[in-house]
Design a protein around this ligand. Structure first.
Ligand code: URA
Length: 230
């Protein structure tokens, strides 16, 4: 929400008083004096007027989980274990998943309560690569590389996938970097060649790499440096 709106929503200030507070540089967001009425106030922001606290701000939380196979990337599920069941944290209902993985896909899963941050990671426009290790049922060939680089037409969404980079590591294993996360995207890309994905593991999302000290099912909070890289 815009700062001027946030302030005029408080019962004690009308629009004119808000303008004055800003001109007089009496408002601070996260410790910095702000006079721009368009400045953004988020749920996480600490907002102060002189020495008075107007909003404490809820803490932003960021976790990296090594997703094991056999659990769903959902916040709740009536039948199956969810990835959130693996987190021993309070107020889990405020958390969401930045880029889901299928039931049997393993690897890097990022969980946060910061919607702007997770959007930056997952939106195709930001072009952050999501890197997967893939094993397939049939042999791979060089035609996969050129087809994925050109993009594949997905009739259901009526779109062509963004160029993807495939590195063939062995007859039936490869590393694939995609910049978007369409429904079952990797499986559908290999499905174009009638080749079934038998193992799928996400190694990286943008700058964030799965910590190899995390066993499947384990998680940790992201460091300040990791959060700021996104
Ligand atoms: N693509 C898929 O097909 N499945 C996943 O879990 C992730 C990407």
């Amino acid at each position: 929400m815009r700062l001027d709106r946030f302030l005029s929503n408080l019962p004690r200030f009308n629009r004119q008083q808000v303008r004055l507070l800003l001109v007089q540089k009496r408002i601070r967001i996260d410790g910095l004096t702000v006079s721009d009425p368009h400045a953004q106030v988020r749920d996480f922001s600490r907002v102060e007027l002189d020495d008075e606290l107007l909003q404490a701000g809820t803490p932003a939380r960021y976790f990296m989980l090594h997703k094991p196979p056999g659990c769903v990337s959902a916040t709740r599920d009536p039948e199956h274990r969810t990835v959130l069941d693996l987190l021993d944290e309070p107020d889990k209902e405020h958390l969401h998943i930045a880029g889901r993985l299928d039931y049997n896909t393993t690897g890097l899963l990022l969980i946060t309560n910061d919607g702007n941050w997770s959007r930056r990671l997952t939106q195709p426009q930001t072009k952050l690569p999501k890197v997967y290790y893939v094993e397939t049922e049939q042999d791979l060939g060089p035609e996969y590389i050129s087809t994925f680089a050109q993009g594949l037409y997905f009739a259901f969404e009526d779109l062509t996938t963004q160029p993807a980079e495939l590195l063939i590591l062995g007859p039936r294993c490869a590393r694939l970097a995609i910049v978007e996360g369409r429904y079952h995207q990797v499986k559908r890309m290999f499905g174009h060649f009638n080749n079934k994905v038998v193992r799928l593991h996400r190694e990286r999302m943008g700058p964030l790499v799965l910590d190899d000290t995390l066993a499947p099912g384990q998680y940790r909070a992201l460091t300040e440096a990791e959060i700021n890289q996104v």
